[in-house]
Design a protein around this ligand. Structure first.
Ligand code: A3P
Length: 317
């Protein structure tokens, strides 16, 4: 196993020399198969493409562009799928970050001990990824596993990401104008947003039983309806008794921004991802906060790209 890792790492070293590079403030990104990745994440992607990750048909993936509501979805899926295992008064989400309960494959796949730990984990295993659907290898896409994609207004993603990068250590301030410019060009980690979103949107249109496409906005508007959709999608619909017992409401409340943000674990504890702290994942949790940060001109730049991209793909939301 170690030797196979090494082969991919050698390939990574060779490939990365040949890729277009953008030296950003957070260590640089490289363009690979149309998307921009940091060096670490590219390593993870190559490992997945080289089939170091062995998927199971029962696996569930939370797929998102960063800052789309990944933390929320991780919590909702974990609570929904495991609802018969835990008491709401003594729930793992009360003492663990959603990021520790639903690990990101993208970086952790580089750790051999992670790979062996997940091998025998009971089904259904739940993972998160920010990789675009089209870059995942056939063995993952055709494994029968399911994906839940969360999409969000790119203006809110951009603003959320702008706040987030300033929480990283050692970073000089980035102007909003520069952030809009990089985002529009797609030169941000896992960008361009539009191609990312379309990779899942198109796949969900041709295989709705495999890919559920949700939006942060509809989750905010009616979380009860969306959690019921989620449960059905993963093949675990709520029974009439569960609905009358208020189980859906309990899940929604447990995973709400207000509840999670105020838990000790999410207020003070460092995340498994070395640069981030758990509180960094909870900022405002609102739809449309971009209005407080983007000028009408900046917003128009983003909206025009969205419109153009959707029109050229013939997709309506
Ligand atoms: P804001 O910065 O707009 O507040 P991700 O989890 O993909 O990194 O996305 C983070 C965004 O989701 C942040 O948006 C964060 O506040 C919001 N968020 C985190 N937990 C949430 C929850 N339980 N409900 C709603 N939004 C949540």
């Amino acid at each position: 196993e170690g030797e196979r890792f090494q082969q991919t790492y050698t390939r990574h070293n060779e490939i990365i020399q040949t890729l277009p590079k953008h030296r950003g403030r957070t260590g640089g990104v490289w363009q690979y198969m149309g998307f921009w990745f940091s060096s670490d994440v590219l390593k993870g992607l190559l490992l997945i493409q080289d089939r170091h990750f062995i998927p199971k048909s029962t696996d569930i993936f939370v797929a998102t562009c960063p800052k789309s509501g990944t933390t929320w979805l991780k919590a909702l899926i974990f609570a929904t799928v495991n609802r018969t295992l835990f008491d709401f008064a003594d729930h793992p989400l009360l003492t663990n970050s959603p990021h520790d309960l639903v690990p990101y494959l993208d970086r952790l796949i580089c750790q051999e001990e992670f790979v062996s730990r997940i091998r025998d984990q009971p089904a259904p295993r739940i993972f998160a990824t920010h990789f675009p659907y089209t870059l995942l290898p056939d063995n993952v896409r055709d494994s029968g596993c399911r994906f839940v994609y969360v999409c969000r207004d790119p203006k809110d993603i951009l603003v959320s990401g702008w706040h987030f990068i300033h929480k990283l250590r050692d970073i000089s301030p980035v102007s909003m104008q520069d952030a809009v410019s990089s985002f529009s060009k797609g030169v941000v980690e896992y960008g361009p947003f539009w191609d990312h979103m379309l990779s899942y949107k198109k796949a969900s249109m041709s295989a709705p039983e495999k890919i559920l496409f949700l939006t942060y906005e509809e989750l905010t508007k009616d979380p009860i309806v969306q959690v019921k959709r989620l449960a059905e999608f993963v093949g675990m619909p709520f029974s009439v008794k569960e609905v009358t017992d208020g189980v859906v409401e309990k899940i929604v409340r447990l995973c709400s921004f207000e509840n999670l943000q105020n838990l000790e674990v999410n207020k003070n504890v460092n995340s498994i991802q070395e640069n981030y702290k758990n509180p960094d994942f909870f900022r405002k949790g609102e739809v449309g906060d971009w209005k407080n940060h983007l000028s009408p001109d900046m917003a128009a730049v983003i909206d025009e790209i969205t419109e153009e991209k959707l029109k050229s793909e013939g997709i309506n939301f």
